[in-house]
Design a protein around this ligand. Structure first.
Ligand code: GAF
Length: 390
């Protein structure tokens, strides 16, 4: 049984325990790891994420006895009762806002939300920078599509989920996380042009390499204001440069305007311009199975996020340093922080044959530097949102 089938069976069993009958529908949506292209989606550039084998899963059936969308979180043993007789608004518990936002999005499209009983579980680590919130949003959207038969276009669906995050969770995120949770494909990375929203699947199926995800277990919280501040700084840079977004500019243009912006805004823009270029080159390197080149671009991305964009933290830097000290000969091609930053996960491109030894070296090195136990796992690129039982 795959990870996903096992999880689906557990959630179905929780549903059965609660309601005394099997669920009618089971749906899932994955978290993601971004290989490269960080803090680029809201600058209209290129990002290169993949869906991971960690999922939000919902098992559900219609409810004849209530007028609510009731979601039982089987992990934290808490129920959210969402009144669907009127336009849905924000409300308790906090995590239900991701679900509420998606329901509101469907209501705005004129889709009548049925009363549902739902059991829910997620294996996407919370606050780990692996898009647990996008997985929950896209899972909810997939359930509503399945229960109502009102399938919506994948791009529209991802945008609806992003809007939920903006309006109900207060995070002014870009489009990357929701897009990959909807559109991920097995054995493929997704090269997403965040301006045109065009996508290209980049094969990542060479069995000799693997992506190792290292959770620092330092919590990451995007609604803290730093994320929104980075967005504003990028907008300020674009305005000074006279362009619609930093996608439209070059290092030469930036250097010419250096004197007219603050040093911080200059460095933010330098990261974005460099990262867009690195992402395009990394996609090319991966297409050609040029792993050393892809790995070096990951290290360069990390340095830029640490020094120019200032969204890393000591623990992420520690992981990247340990990975770099292991080196290519012992199987590490590259490593970088992934996601919004300020904690969460790093991602390393490694030789499959060395995974066990590298995992141990990173775990031991990280523990001795920080006193914290890292959680380390490999994921292959997974499929996006799936209906498991219809
Ligand atoms: C978070 C956001 F939600 C994404 O949109 C993206 O900006 C990412 O941080 C940084 O690349 O995951």
């Amino acid at each position: 049984m795959t990870n996903l089938q096992q999880l689906a069976a557990r959630v179905a069993a929780e549903f059965q325990k609660l309601y005394g009958r099997p669920p009618r529908w089971i749906v899932a949506a994955p978290g993601r790891v971004n290989v490269i292209g960080e803090h680029i989606d809201y600058n209209d550039g290129f990002v290169l994420p993949m869906a991971i084998e960690r999922y939000a899963v919902m098992a559900a059936d219609s409810s004849s006895s209530s007028n609510s969308f009731s979601v039982y979180d089987a992990q934290f043993k808490e129920t959210a009762m969402i009144d669907i007789s009127a336009p849905v608004t924000k409300g308790p518990p906090k995590w239900s806002n991701y679900i509420r936002g998606v329901i509101a999005g469907f209501q705005n499209r004129g889709i009548k939300i049925p009363a549902l009983n739902v059991a829910f579980m997620s294996t996407v680590p919370l606050g780990g920078g692996l898009s647990s919130s996008a997985a929950l949003e896209v899972c909810t959207a997939t359930l509503i599509e399945t229960a109502t038969g009102a399938a919506i276009d994948p791009v529209e669906k991802a945008l609806l989920a992003q809007k939920a995050e903006h309006e109900f969770a207060g995070v002014p995120c870009g489009i990357m996380d929701q897009f990959i949770s909807v559109m991920g494909r097995e054995s493929r990375l997704l090269l997403l042009d965040c301006r045109s929203r065009k996508t290209e699947l980049v094969p990542m199926d060479d069995p000799s390499v693997a992506l190792l995800i290292v959770n620092t277990n330092v919590k990451h919280e995007l609604s803290g204001g730093e994320y929104a501040q980075r967005r504003l700084q990028c907008e300020a840079a674009a305005k000074i440069l006279g362009v619609a977004s930093l996608r439209d500019t070059t290092v030469e243009m930036l250097e010419r305007s250096k004197a007219s912006m603050s040093e911080v805004v200059y460095r933010r823009a330098r990261h974005v311009i460099g990262e867009i270029e690195r992402t395009v080159h990394a996609a090319e390197a991966i297409r050609n199975s040029n792993w050393p080149a892809a790995g070096n671009l990951m290290y360069a991305s990390h340095a830029s996020l640490r020094d120019d964009y200032e969204v890393s933290c000591k623990e992420l830097d520690d992981v990247v340093e340990i990975a770099e000290s292991i080196g290519v000969k012992a199987g590490v091609f590259g490593c970088r922080m992934t996601g919004g930053g300020f904690g969460g996960c790093a991602v390393a491109l490694v030789k499959t044959g060395n995974v066990e030894a590298i995992t141990k070296q990173i775990a031991d090195g990280y523990k001795s530097k920080t006193g914290i136990n890292a959680t380390i796992f490999v994921s292959r690129p997974a499929a996006g949102a799936t209906v498991i039982k219809a």
